[in-house]
Design a protein around this ligand. Structure first.
Ligand code: GLP
Length: 241
């Protein structure tokens, strides 16, 4: 595993963009595994800026997102599909038909999870997976558990995750209690993993994921077993590692 330490969030975003931009340059038809949350927003801004300068071409890129809330339509401004359109897809020349986010409105969530795994398989797997970290060490919406889940599944969100994400909703009651998320195996099958983390409030999660035992009670700790992980984090996030 490689660690790139940066001064702050902006520098973290810049370094992470260098890595994703290299991937796109070297393999223009890459499959990008994408994440939501505040951590990758700066990275997406940098990618948009490089696209606008003419340095990046997304026309052959495909993408799969990690997760989606159950019960939020794609038009809801807190759905992860909406987030991706707003923070990246609407601003670059990616073909939206080549972008995938689990359908949180699916009548049969189990069938939707199977379909999503098939989508990832049919694309030939993920070339580079972007990840943020939850405060409890979650990746995607893989919450602390007794087991590592394999493929995409329906997850009940932990109270702490609902608390953390309440800031984006009108009230805590509006935060969905369930999500569909890629499983740990789906994430671990990515050929490269890029973790972006910023801020002192994530220092304990970074320590637990990268400086402690590998355990499903800290889902991100499994990344220690992946052969090609790059952690790009600012000094504050790395302060306890
Ligand atoms: C959410 C997402 C994760 C994300 C995490 C951290 O729960 N499902 O993919 O990594 O929050 O979010 P943030 O980057 O806003 O701290």
């Amino acid at each position: 595993m490689r660690i790139i330490a940066t001064e702050n969030y902006e520098a973290m975003s810049h370094q992470a963009a260098n890595i994703v931009a290299s991937q796109i340059t070297l393999k223009p038809d890459s499959v990008l595994g994408l994440a939501t949350g505040s951590s990758p927003i700066g990275l997406y801004k940098e990618l948009i800026a490089r696209y606008e300068k003419g340095d990046l071409d997304f026309s052959k890129i495909k993408s799969v997102n990690l997760d989606e809330y159950v019960g939020l339509a794609t038009t809801h401004d807190q759905s992860y599909r909406y987030f991706m359109q707003d923070n990246l897809f609407n601003h670059v020349n990616i073909d939206v038909a080549n972008t995938y986010v689990p359908n949180g409105m699916a009548a049969d969530p189990e069938a939707e999870c199977k379909r999503y795994d098939e989508v990832i398989r049919s694309m030939g797997g993920v070339d580079i997976q972007v990840l943020g970290l939850g405060h409890n060490g979650h990746i995607g919406f893989n919450e602390p558990s007794d087991v590592f889940h394999l493929g995409t599944y329906l997850v009940n969100l932990k109270e702490g995750t609902i608390d953390a994400n309440a800031r984006f909703f009108a009230s805590r009651d509006d935060v969905p209690r369930q999500a569909l998320t890629m499983g740990i195996q789906s994430i671990m099958l990515a050929r490269q993993i890029l973790v972006v983390v910023s801020g002192e409030d994530k220092a304990n999660a970074v320590k637990a994921c990268f400086g402690g035992p590998v355990t499903p009670s800290v889902p991100g700790s499994v990344l220690q077993l992946h052969p090609n992980v790059i952690l790009v984090a600012d000094k504050a996030a790395l302060s306890k590692l």
